[in-house]
Design a protein around this ligand. Structure first.
Ligand code: 5GP
Length: 243
């Protein structure tokens, strides 16, 4: 499977065509951005960590019955994934207050929530991924009511699975972001089959070491906390079980 034309370049990843129109290569870069790309930098070997962590978590979720775009890890920095039509929404699930929710409600970080909080955000860098509700999505035609119900149910299932996964590794899953897409069929058109896409990595989750609450995620970069590379490597070690 040779790497073909560049289809899309985002802030942290590049998508390349493959010989199969239904499959693409997702390549992970070391580039790091925060606050809608106002802050830019590099996290050395982040692409390697995020590719390996995402590959392991997608494989784990598939074993738990969650369909994803993941096909297989190809090399250090890339994975083979199903081609998707990405739904222009970001789902956030929160278990402990932090970041956007702490700011939105004026509450401190680190408060355990009585039940998980599900949020829809419109995927737009220019607007800062604003918080929206179901009515915005239906009114704009970004997804159907059936799709929203499906994504919500899948997201809670993913939260349960990931919380258990990280608990065993002495990490609290504070919150995370997910993206879903419609699988592109052999005719090149989107099907009704919705799967989890994008990545699941320390770039897209908040992970706190149990007990110490040491941050093991992108907040180290966003907030200039130092030891960013070490934190990413620590997550990789724990995800792969080499503790
Ligand atoms: P918050 O809304 O608190 O900023 O983010 C909640 C969670 O979703 C965090 O784990 C954060 O890393 C992730 N997240 C939300 N939006 C984005 C985004 O645009 N890019 C990335 N990489 N992660 C995001």
């Amino acid at each position: 499977m040779s790497r073909g034309d560049k289809l899309y370049e985002g802030k942290a990843k590049i998508l390349y065509a493959t010989d199969d129109p239904a499959l693409v290569t997702q390549y992970f870069k070391d580039d790091a951005t925060a606050f809608n790309a106002q802050k830019r930098g590099t996290i050395v070997d982040k692409g390697i960590v995020n590719n390996r962590v995402s590959s392991a978590l997608f494989a784990y979720l598939e074993r738990q019955g969650v369909p994803t775009h993941f096909v297989k890890q190809l090399d250090e920095r890339s994975m083979l994934v199903k081609r998707l039509e990405i739904v222009p929404l970001e789902v956030t699930i929160r278990n402990i207050t932090a970041g956007g929710m702490a700011k939105l409600l004026g509450i401190e970080e680190g408060v355990a929530l009585k039940s998980p909080v599900f949020e829809w955000h419109y995927k737009s860098d220019a607007l800062g991924d604003p918080l929206i509700n179901d009515d915005h999505i239906l009114a704009m035609g970004w997804a159907t009511a059936e799709e929203l119900a499906h994504i919500r149910a899948e997201s809670f299932k993913i939260n349960d699975a990931l919380k258990a996964f990280f608990r065993e590794r002495q990490i609290d899953l504070v919150d995370f972001k997910l993206e879903f897409g419609r699988v592109i069929g052999p005719d090149g058109k989107p099907t009704t089959h919705l799967v989890l896409g994008d990545e699941i990595s320390p770039d897209t989750m908040r992970l706190w070491e149990q007990g110490t609450r040491r941050k093991l995620d992108k907040d180290r970069f966003r907030r200039d906390l130092g030891s960013v590379e070490e934190a990413y490597q620590e997550v990789l070690r724990r995800v792969l079980g080499n503790t």
